[in-house]
Design a protein around this ligand. Structure first.
Ligand code: ZN
Length: 261
């Protein structure tokens, strides 16, 4: 089941059990996915996906794949390395990632994003399973030079347009296996640059949600970026960036230089 927010109004729509995309009459954060109330079919001309959720915060996880930590000459942390991305960095499918004049090295980091359904405070990994709404594609765009020059990741991770997210949330709530078999692939100009599987994560999705909820309460709609696999690299103007996560679809964004204004 896929959950979309459709533009320009931001109505929720979801695929019904027959696979048809229908407007959703239920609040996806207040009801079990199995009990959703579907409305009429979404007409073809109204299927423009927006950012699928408006989180109160976006939590990032650094160095969750050993091969990626090694490629940047970083040691593996002893516990998950957490950081925050500003919600103002979010963009939806097909919106441009803008390269700012303050950085000369902006990298793509394709990632599996987890969306919370329930409030989560100091929950166990097993409780985490039922608090997750689903997963989507994200790019944790990073100004590598600013990340390295600063004591925190705040500037390097939070520039406007640095968090493409979407196109849909693949609902995993109440299904046991979906979180254990997810793969993320990143392509730039059609060429594969990254491929990672949840099996290669140092800390799995449920462990991460449990760990994060110890240090900050996760709210419904909050997003966790679960780390990037090996193969990160710089973006250039006119690049076409694609991130694909199993069962979700493809998040596609063009890249352009900041033009002022
Ligand atoms: Zn990342």
């Amino acid at each position: 089941m896929l959950l979309y927010r459709l533009g320009p109004e931001g109505f929720y729509a979801a695929t019904d059990p027959e696979g048809d995309l229908r407007f959703l009459h239920s609040d996806p954060f207040g009801t079990q996915a199995g009990g959703w109330d579907f409305g009429r079919k979404v007409p073809e001309g109204r299927r423009t996906p927006m950012v699928p959720v408006r989180p109160s915060k976006i939590v990032g996880v650094g160095r969750n794949y050993r091969a990626h930590a090694a490629e940047l000459d970083n040691p593996m942390p002893k516990e998950p390395l957490l950081f925050l991305k500003a919600p103002s960095s979010l963009i939806g499918p097909n919106a441009p990632v803008v390269l700012p004049p303050e950085s000369s090295r902006v990298d793509f980091e394709g990632e599996i994003a987890v969306v919370l359904r329930d409030r989560a405070c100091r929950i166990s990994p097993e409780e985490a399973r039922s608090s997750i709404l689903g997963v989507t594609c994200a790019c944790d765009v990073t100004a590598r030079d600013l990340q390295r020059s600063d004591a925190t990741f705040a500037r390097g991770k939070s520039l406007d347009t640095f968090c493409p997210l979407g196109p849909a949330i693949a609902i995993t709530a109440d299904r046991d296996r979906d979180l254990e078999d997810l793969e993320v692939t990143t392509r730039v100009n059609g060429e594969e640059r990254q491929r990672g599987h949840v099996r290669s994560m140092e800390w799995g999705i449920l462990q991460l949600i449990s760990y994060i909820s110890t240090f900050m309460t996760l709210e419904p709609g909050d997003v966790v970026l679960t780390g990037t696999p090996q193969g990160v690299g710089p973006l250039a103007p006119s690049d076409r960036l694609e991130v694909e996560v199993s069962g979700v679809g493809i998040l596609e964004n063009p890249v352009e230089l900041w033009q002022g204004g």
